[in-house]
Design a protein around this ligand. Structure first.
Ligand code: 1YM
Length: 635
């Protein structure tokens, strides 16, 4: 029997607050929130290892949808706490009891980290903690959101040390979510790259999958991984240094590709929106290359400088900073952007000095990279001239006429309300043109497959008719010169047949936008239309449209009496009014928003997707496209 004294009632009230407003503690109760529980416990293991105790973390997805996280650190202390409770009981039931970390010099206070293991306990059906320390194995168990089911008990003797936490999230709160091996593995792989001393094992028992990550060469291995499938120009360059308690470590490598891929971390937490350290890095490389090019006569007196986008074409880089708590500043809605001003100047000077030295010492590599940057500069200047000419000419030259002939423009002048439909095939394009809302909806039919942009340069786009038309229609430029404020549309909607070819076209277009108009995706302006697969007519009732095979099966069960089903093999099989009503009409349609939050992962996936297999493509679309009604994000 547990005795309820004043302090235990207070604790339960604390945990109850977490259960009442889980969002305040873990952000949300969707898939992301569910995984926050894991990061919360794993962070404790990582802190222990960073402090020099232990080297291995093991994560196991169990058959009953619980998860086990263990490490070989010192083990959570098992002594009695001043309150008369055992230390583990305090850590797992008192809010913010994990606060010892907050005084640690390098613990990040931005974001949702460090809210403590008690939050995880509060949101779990049960939690079981086994501790190996002082020669003893101890166990404590909680249930129903943090009530002590079994106080700390000695259950054996041991020579090892460490902590093992198993918990089963309260799936009443995390409805329709489950742990994802991929999500956990991707995040843990990142930690393994950032902490070379660490080994991480992940096992999925129901799915019989397992991986082990360990990277002796840290950031160098990270960049090698990002560039795995690319033709690289040189070995990974690695440098670092520290000043005023800020430590900087950077690895970078150029490949033959045209994409820029810069990832940054502060205290081992990703800064997804960049910030002062990224700005410093970019300024540093631009200066170093321009200085080198000038002092070696590659750029002469009257020539213009290379700009930042030129020296970043084909660059993959990982930037990792350690910043003491007192200097940390984060910005932006999700606190994913580093504000700390000192980080900019320190990263810039370390980058500039190190790279300058490297270039002097490695002439051949320097010339290879500069050759590439100079080509980018030439293409950039040519593209700008062409665009300026196109804008001034307003459709007078023959090229412009060809470009504008296929596009049925919207008449409305409020660009943010206008929508551009990219439609597969001329016949569906024709239907869409007749039955659209002329004020707000523009139609651009696409003939056949667009260019695979995985390896294309801005120059290749300029010479590809299909993509050139899209660029012209949107009117905001390309690549480094893309300016979202110039966009002629608030939404760009890809409308293809609901078949394999259609999904291939979707991916090709997404790849194009990802490579050359990324802000369009980042601002949630790229969508996929979802034409129905079937229509069903029942007796005298109105025709109904059905989106998926599953829905059709459901419907068939419901109906009594006669019915007639039509399967739409493509957009072209619908009447023009039908196409409008089901797929284009803002009052009826369902749009999927393309959502690529993690650039490095998107990069890898896009690579994978450009192969010939259909299944990974479908899976990818399912995972990366939000199935949300557009109304949800109009707000
Ligand atoms: C699977 C989760 O929590 N490991 C872990 C936690 C702690 C320690 C070691 C630890 C820390 C310290 C001293 C210290 C924690 N200790 C505390 C507290 N793995 C996991 N491993 N001895 C052991 O920082 O001084 C909270 S967490 F508060 F008791 F020190």
């Amino acid at each position: 029997m547990t005795k309820y004294d004043a302090s235990s009632i207070k604790i339960l009230e604390g945990l109850e607050a977490v259960r009442k407003r889980p969002g305040m503690y873990i952000g949300s109760t969707d898939k992301k929130g569910l995984h926050h529980l894991v990061w919360e416990i794993v962070d404790n293991s990582i802190d222990e290892i960073i402090n020099g105790y232990g080297d291995t973390i093991k994560i196991t997805l169990n058959k009953d949808d619980s998860i086990t996280i263990s490490d070989n650190g010192r083990g959570v202390p098992i002594g009695m706490h001043a309150s008369g409770k055992s230390t583990p009981e305090v850590i797992y039931t008192v809010l913010h009891a994990g606060g010892k970390f907050e005084s640690d010099g390098y613990k990040v206070s931005g974001g949702l980290h460090g809210v403590g293991a008690s939050v995880v306990n509060a949101l779990s059906s049960w939690m079981d903690v086994t501790i190996f320390t002082e020669g003893i194995v101890s166990n404590i168990r909680f249930s129903n959101g943090g009530s002590v089911e079994k106080p700390l008990t000695k259950i054996g003797e041991t020579r090892k040390t460490g902590t093992s936490v198993t918990f089963k999230p309260d799936y009443e709160m995390f409805k329709n979510s489950s742990f994802s091996f991929t999500t956990i593995a991707e995040r843990m792989q990142e930690s393994a790259f950032l902490l070379p001393q660490l080994t991480i094992e992940i096992e999925d028992i129901p799915d019989e999958k397992a991986v082990i990550y360990h990277y002796e060469n840290g950031l160098i291995n990270f960049v090698e991984y990002i560039n795995e499938n690319k033709k690289t120009l040189h070995k990974v360059i690695h440098f670092g240094g520290s000043k005023n308690e800020i430590e900087v470590s950077i690895a970078m490598q150029y490949s033959e590709s045209y994409n820029e891929n810069i990832l940054s971390f502060v205290n081992n937490v990703k800064t997804g929106d960049g910030g002062s350290h990224e700005v410093g890095f970019k300024t540093g490389i631009t200066k170093a290359f321009n200085d080198y090019a000038k002092s070696n006569g590659i750029i002469k007196g009257k020539d213009s400088n290379l700009d930042g986008s030129d020296v970043r074409e084909g660059l993959s880089a990982v930037i990792s900073l350690k910043i003491p708590e007192k200097l940390l500043q984060f910005e932006g809605q999700t606190k994913g952007k580093l504000g700390t001003p000192e980080a900019r100047s320190i990263t810039e000077s370390i980058t500039y000095e190190s790279l300058k030295f490297f270039l002097e010492e490695n002439k051949e590599v320097a010339l290879l990279i500069l050759d590439k940057a100079l080509k980018s500069k030439v293409a950039r200047e040519a593209a700008r001239k062409a665009r300026e000419a196109a804008r001034k000419g307003t459709g007078k030259n023959s090229k412009e006429r060809v470009l504008s002939e296929k596009l049925a423009k919207a008449t409305g002048k409020d660009y943010s309300k206008n929508e551009l439909f990219l439609v597969e095939g001329d016949s569906a394009g024709g239907s869409a043109k007749t039955y659209r809302n002329r004020e707000t909806q523009a139609i651009l039919p696409l003939r056949g497959k667009v260019l695979n942009c995985e390896k294309a340069s801005s120059h290749d786009i300029e010479s590809n008719a299909e993509l050139k038309q899209i660029e012209y229609a949107i009117g905001a430029g390309l690549g480094a010169n893309f300016d979202i404020s110039e966009s002629n549309y608030g939404k760009v909607i890809i409308m293809t047949d609901a078949d394999v070819d259609g999904s291939h076209i979707q991916i090709l277009l997404i790849t194009f936008f990802y490579r050359f108009m990324r802000p369009l995706i980042e601002n949630g302006m790229l969508y996929i239309a979802t034409p129905p697969l079937y229509s069903i007519e029942m007796g005298t009732k109105k025709k109904e449209y059905i989106a998926t095979d599953e829905e059709l099966e459901e419907k068939k069960k419901e109906i009594k009496g006669n019915y007639k089903i039509q399967r739409f093999k493509g957009l072209g099989e619908m009447n023009a009014d039908e196409l409008y009503e089901t797929t284009m009409d803002p009052n009826n349609r369902r749009l999927l928003r393309v959502n690529l939050t993690d650039a490095a992962i998107a990069e890898k996936r896009i690579h994978l997707l450009m192969g010939d297999q259909v299944e990974p493509r479908k899976e990818w679309i399912n995972e990366n496209v939000d199935f949300t009604l557009e109304d949800d994000f109009r707000k």
